[in-house]
Design a binder for this molecule. Structure first.
Ligand SMILES: Cc1ncc(COP(=O)(O)O)c(C=O)c1O
Length: 394
């Protein structure tokens, strides 16, 4: 069978839905359409029961109790609820948050909002591998610090932060730890107890579930975290997020989490093999560097800097064969160079030649093989053209 083009290698932006997830969701659009908050008839009970099952499936994937899960419209909303909800719970604005400069915009922009309200935020740098320094983190703590927000794994590079070490520091100082685990959950083992996390955000569409649904984990014990809801209404989700629940979305999210829980171990092995082979093939081209290569990374993603290619042209020329991205999807509309790679010390020039390839459950060896062929051809052509240009000048 002919390979269907373009090959999708942008699973960090979003994943295609697993057909098993769709199948589970379908009845909740039609015959099982009840409102999970309706207490007086079977339509409501049926919907509520489905949400309860999904809540268990979602909680199980991160080792949480179902009652610690608050359903939201996605990770962005969950991050907003976590940060603003914690801040709102403190009298006044004399508080301090610590985060890192390579966070997703969901965290960075919410922190900016908090600053506008009068709170203060420290944005810690990262090293050349994209990692935060534990010593710098501890030094940044003041008696006003109420929250540390450090992502589990980066969306552009896949680099995994030392969350357990960070949790130890947070615990020692009695500060809450929020981790945006949107890219990590369902891909690598994440356990809120073993990792020492108080608040955690993730999203269904990054793990083969539907778009528009996500969750915030809010620790109930040791410590019991209290949050002020940011959307007022009927007091749904234990007063933390009002609004009629997106039952089909939540059912799909639950199923997606269950599948990840069952298949993650084998799948991450398969994907890391595929990714490593992809990198080996690219490195043959020389003048290639893999950002964050030597440290723990997500198994399915790679961020590659290609020396001596025209970044813009590469996207254009490869576009009909491969769907990949320059930086995160959220910032690719702007021409700003990636702030994540910049924070890792890459020059604007190098960033311009850097691309993210992220594989997923439906990525095959045949697809990555095709991508390698296309990229290799383009890189060689660019370098050849570059050589000619060089000779002409000299
Ligand atoms: C690390 C990270 N955080 C948050 C988000 C936002 O998630 P959502 O699309 O569910 O709002 C994304 C997705 O782009 C992400 O990669």
């Amino acid at each position: 069978m002919a390979l269907k083009l373009p090959v999708y290698l942008d699973n960090n932006a979003t994943t295609p839905m697993d057909p098993r997830v769709l199948e589970e969701m379908l009845p909740y659009f039609l015959e099982k359409f009840g409102n999970a908050a309706s207490k007086t008839h079977s339509f409501g009970w049926e919907a509520e029961e489905a949400v309860d099952i999904a809540r268990e499936q979602v909680a199980a994937l991160i080792g949480a109790h179902p009652q610690e899960i608050v359903f939201t419209s996605g990770a962005t909303e969950a991050v907003n609820l976590a940060i603003k909800g914690v801040c709102d719970n403190v009298a006044g604005t004399d508080y301090h948050i610590i985060t890192i400069i390579t966070e997703h915009k969901a965290v960075l922009d919410t922190c900016k909002h908090v600053e506008k309200l009068g709170g203060s935020v420290t944005y810690l740098p990262v090293n050349a591998n994209g990692l935060v320094s534990i010593d710098e983190l501890e030094s940044a703590i003041t008696d006003k610090t109420i929250l540390i927000a450090v992502m589990y794994a980066n969306n552009e590079t896949g680099v995994i932060q030392p969350i357990r070490d960070i949790a130890e520091i947070a615990k020692k100082h009695g500060i809450l730890l929020l981790t945006d685990a949107t890219q990590a959950v369902g891909k690598i083992p994440v356990n809120v107890h073993m990792d020492g996390i108080d608040l955690l955000t993730f999203s269904a569409h990054k793990l083969y579930g539907p778009k528009g649904v996500g969750a915030l984990y809010v620790r109930k014990k040791n410590p019991s975290v209290t949050l002020t809801g940011q959307i007022d209404g009927g007091g749904h989700e234990r007063n933390m997020r009002s609004g009629t629940l997106n039952v089909p979305g939540i059912v799909g999210f639950g199923k997606a989490c269950e599948i990840c829980n069952n298949e993650m171990a084998a799948e991450s092995k398969r994907l890391s093999k595929l990714r490593n082979a992809f990198e080996v093939e690219l490195l043959v081209l020389k003048d290639i560097s893999i950002n964050g290569q030597d440290i723990p990374r997500l198994p399915h993603a790679t961020n590659v800097s290609f020396g001596h290619v025209d970044g813009e042209k590469m996207i254009f020329e490869a576009g009909s064969d491969i769907a990949f991205s320059r930086s995160s999807a959220c910032t690719s509309a702007t021409l700003e160079p990636s702030y994540v790679l910049k924070a890792m010390g890459l020059s604007d020039e190098a960033i311009h030649h850097s691309f993210r390839f992220s594989f997923g459950r439906f990525t095959t060896e045949e697809q990555t093989g095709h991508a390698i062929q296309v990229i290799s051809k383009i890189v060689k052509e660019h370098r050849h053209e570059g050589d000619h240009g060089h000779h002409q000048i000299v």
